[in-house]
Write a protein that binds this ligand. Structure first.
Ligand code: NAP
Length: 527
């Protein structure tokens, strides 16, 4: 069993007990009392242990190991000894490996209060030997693990280090899997989230959670609510399939709440994580290859966003995987799926999402787009996928972009393949030139909600469809004005939901719960 452990920085007895009670109420089964700054009153520490609503780890972390205790080490150990020999000792006592190795006197004192082969009285308290490095992976990480494993009194090995990249998590998983003793291996910082969420999948002794956002006791610690509700803690097991959104940055992506809620809704054994990878291809390749190579991780796919959409194509091509033909034509893919035989498939679900949202608005099948006139405003990444998709189905696409050269590039790439693609000056944009208008610029996006790519609301023709790829806000100024003029409007949220749904279906082989996805978007964008 992997304990969901809330770490509490103790400053006040009643406040700490209240935090422990709240931790228990929201599902923690272990607490860690960090008494780094609560060392003046020994009896208050004993009282804390006596009244604790959950089994606990007692930790007094010195400043030299990243904690807040800056007093004398002998006093610290004497306090831990006092608490450990009380009538209600902690379930675990955490002592730094460095301190333990440094001092025979400390080892002897700790030996009086923890369970070990030579003990003279029955003791339940287990010793956690721990090592923390806040600057990166220590060169002797594996030596430290071996020393902990060799120490007869050590019941639990704990290694925590600052992850330099997502790749560090793989080593944490391997350490947990290989150790002969219960192990905690956690990576700190933004890149370390997988090690914290997936600790249960790999059978670690515990993971740490903050009681609430802002109460973290280490960098990158998620809140217990995030672990339980966003990252599906209760559902995780050794077989859980892992997915993620690869981008840079990805901190505010809506994809983790959407896909995790989707997995929940259909009862799929998966979890979806943010995966920040620096822009260069070498980083993308090294990280994705290492995640794929770690068989027990069950890394089965990813959403891929800026700046990695081209990197995904290159990677899948190099690995001998299959690429959706239109993704190749577009030159960008946003979905990686790992098939059951381990082969890779890259596809682009953006263009299909836009096509289907518009076709539904027009009440036609994709094939009936032939000959329809579609105005695309903008010529960046989103426009490229959309132009390619509509042109592929025979539509006539008119690109209106501030920088003419970029529009001309799209014309050169896609004109004549099936449909017709032309470029026009933005000042020629009017309500009658096309039956479908698609904004692919950020004009109108939060926080600049007063902006619009069509500042003089045109005289839209009857039955016009106006689609804004922006999803924050859900209704942009462009859509508001188009709706007031009687147009059929489509929000970027619909495109986002549909591209996510196609990804979800390619991973799970199950229909995506669209209403759940829409609900998550509404909830997040209304906050
Ligand atoms: P991009 O590659 O940076 O392209 C942005 C385009 O907008 C460029 O053509 C740029 O013109 C134009 N533009 C930017 N600022 C402008 C301004 N002030 N006035 C006129 N034109 C301006 O961005 P992208 O990835 O294509 O994304 C564009 C939009 O699509 C974003 O709002 C994004 O939220 C949305 N999007 C939505 C989804 C979805 O699922 N709903 C998916 C992807 C993207 P220049 O060429 O002249 O620079």
């Amino acid at each position: 069993m992997t304990h969901l452990t809330v770490s509490i920085m103790v400053l006040d007895l009643d406040a700490a007990l209240d935090a422990a009670r709240r931790a228990k109420a929201v599902g923690a089964d272990l607490v860690e009392y960090r008494i780094d700054r609560f060392t003046d009153d020994r009896d208050a520490v004993v009282e804390l242990l006596r009244r604790s609503p959950l089994p606990c780890i007692l930790t007094c972390r010195p400043t030299w190991e990243g904690g807040d205790y800056d007093g004398d080490d002998a006093d610290r150990i004497s306090l831990l000894e006092y608490a450990g020999t009380s009538a209600h000792p902690p379930a675990y006592l955490d002592i730094e490996l460095a301190a333990y190795q440094r001092s025979a006197n400390l080892r002897q004192k700790v030996g009086l209060v923890v369970d070990h082969p030579g003990q003279v009285r029955p003791i339940d308290t287990g010793l956690i030997l721990s090592s923390h490095d806040f600057s990166g992976r220590p060169a002797d990480l594996l030596r430290r693990a071996a020393d902990m494993a060799d120490a007869p009194a050590c019941r639990v090995i704990k290694l925590a280090w600052a992850a330099r990249s997502l790749r560090d998590n793989i080593e944490a998983f391997e350490i947990i899997r290989q150790q002969v003793k219960p192990t905690i291996a956690l990576c700190m910082g933004e890149h370390g989230l997988p090690s914290r969420v997936l600790a249960k999948k790999f059978g670690a002794l515990l993971t740490f959670a903050a009681l609430e956002t802002g109460a973290e006791t280490a960098p990158g610690q998620p809140s217990i609510k995030q672990l339980k509700t966003l990252y599906r803690w209760d559902r995780l097991d050794a077989d859980t399939r892992v997915y993620g959104v690869i981008g840079h940055p990805v901190g505010h992506s809506l994809s983790p709440p959407i896909h995790n809620a989707g997995f929940d809704a259909v009862g799929y054994n998966g979890v979806y994580l943010p995966m920040s990878i620096p822009p260069e291809y070498e980083h993308f390749k090294a990280t994705v290859a290492e995640w794929l190579a770690c068989a027990p991780l069950h890394f089965h796919g990813a959403s891929v966003t800026i700046p990695h959409k081209q990197n995904l194509l290159r990677f899948v091509e190099e690995q001998g995987g299959e690429i959706e033909p239109l993704a190749s034509t577009i030159g960008a893919a946003n979905t990686l799926a790992v098939r059951d035989d381990g082969s890779l498939y890259a596809s682009n679900t953006d263009y299909a999402a836009a096509l289907d949202a518009v076709c539904e608005g027009l009440n036609i099948a994709r094939e009936e787009l032939a000959g329809k006139r579609v105005a695309v405003i903008g010529a960046g990444g989103a426009a490229r996928a959309i132009v390619a998709g509509f042109a592929h189905y025979g539509a006539t696409v008119v690109i209106y972009n501030r920088t003419r050269d970029k529009a001309d590039e799209l014309v050169a790439a896609f004109n004549g393949k099936t449909g017709k693609v032309v470029a026009a000056s933005p000042d020629k944009l009017c309500g009658a030139c096309c039956g479908v208008f698609i904004n692919c610029t950020p004009l109108g996006m939060h926080p600049h909600v007063g902006a619009t790519p069509m500042p003089d609301p045109p005289d839209w023709g009857p039955g016009t469809v106006v689609f804004d790829t922006i999803y924050n806000p859900l209704e942009t100024r462009l859509l508001r004005e188009a709706k007031a003029a009687g147009c059929h409007t489509i929000s970027g949220a619909e495109m986002f939901v549909r591209q996510a749904a196609t990804q979800f279906e390619s991973w799970t082989q199950q229909a995506a719960p669209l209403d759940v996805f829409r609900g998550v978007i509404r909830q997040h964008l209304s906050q």
